[in-house]
Design a protein around this ligand. Structure first.
Ligand code: FMN
Length: 235
């Protein structure tokens, strides 16, 4: 069954608790809507630490994406460390009394047809995605149940770890890509001539964004995600 995925329809599914959150964020969401004719690329940082290396890498990635066609692309970076994304509702387990849940508002934003691509950034934690990234992907069950409403959006993945090799970035990338493919999304990796599955970044210290290999993989992912997003017709 296809659900009504308008804001009102979403609220009907998510319930009164979500309605409060939606009202509070409605103005911000209206303001965040892309201008007519532009596509939007959203990146989500899934580190537990706000504004750190994952978010900084995604900012560079989005800059490269926008550079592909500046007049046609808008970008937005969402730092999930500043939000509460409990995993329990994905499995039908109710929130605790008073527990904050920012996912309904986020889901509404992601399902906007203007959002043509989504880039997930995760730190490598024990050679895989962070718990926050996993919680986000589990909550995305609602999109599958809503007739795959993320379908044909482009997905890209960036993973960053403290080790240059053997840190698990590639495993994290593959794990996230598998979840995005479960949403019927189109996945994109690095652009030519790299063409690997995603951006694998080494957090070597404060100046890690100066590292030539880091820059190459981060910018290449942004470029390719934008290239593919521009190929996808509007829904
Ligand atoms: C719980 C935990 C587990 C980690 N496990 C790994 C790992 O397996 N491989 C790795 O390369 N780095 C690992 N790291 C280091 C982080 O991936 C790295 O510092 C990353 O840049 C953190 O992202 P952030 O700066 O956005 O928080 C781990 C860090 C934490 C806190």
């Amino acid at each position: 069954m296809t659900h009504d995925w308008t804001r009102r329809g979403f609220l009907g599914v998510a319930g009164a608790a979500a309605a409060g959150a939606m009202t509070a964020t409605a103005a911000a969401q209206e303001a965040a809507k892309p201008q007519a004719g532009k596509i939007k690329i959203v990146a989500m940082a899934c580190s537990l630490r706000a504004g750190k290396s994952t978010a900084a890498s995604l900012a560079m990635c989005l800059e490269a994406a926008k550079a592909v066609k500046p007049d046609a692309i808008e970008t937005e970076l969402i730092d999930l460390a500043t939000m509460s994304i409990p995993a329990e509702p994905a499995a039908g387990v109710p929130l605790k009394p008073g527990q904050q849940d920012d996912f309904p508002a986020l889901a509404s934003k992601l399902s906007d047809p203007a959002v043509r691509a989504i880039i997930i950034g995760t730190p490598s934690y024990f050679s895989n995605m962070s718990s926050l990234c996993k919680a986000l992907l589990e909550r995305c069950m609602v999109f599958r149940k809503n007739d795959f409403s993320l379908g044909n959006k482009v997905g890209g993945v960036l993973a960053i770890g403290g080790s240059r090799s053997g840190g698990g970035q590639e495993l994290a990338i593959q794990s996230v890509l598998a979840a995005l493919m479960s949403q019927n999304m189109l996945v994109a990796g690095e652009a030519k001539p790299l063409c690997h599955g995603g951006a694998s970044v080494w957090n070597s210290g404060d100046d890690f964004l100066q590292d030539e290999m880091n820059q190459a993989t981060i910018k290449s992912l942004g470029q390719r995600v934008a290239e593919v997003a521009l190929l996808v017709p509007a829904k």
